[in-house]
Design a protein around this ligand. Structure first.
Ligand code: SF4
Length: 64
């Protein structure tokens, strides 16, 4: 199972990842990324990878 990880300390709240994969990530009340789910179905891997690519500060990572 693929997993997505978020480094909340690194996140600067741009929200690009939320635009790319709203099913997987969101921003909390402080504007810091939170994971809606950390396990990613096979069908959603490319979506998770889009969120990783969208982050300008490399706060997201996908492990297969
Ligand atoms: S794109 Fe990166 S910096 Fe922006 S909210 Fe998502 S994790 Fe945080």
């Amino acid at each position: 199972m693929t997993q997505i990880h978020a480094d909340r300390a690194r996140c600067e709240g741009y929200g690009n990842c939320v635009m790319a994969a709203p099913e997987l990530v969101d921003l909390d009340d402080d504007g810091v990324v939170i994971l809606i789910r950390d396990r990613v179905d096979e069908a959603e891997v490319s979506k998770a990878e889009s969120a990783v690519r969208a982050c300008p500060v490399n706060a997201l990572r996908v492990d297969k």
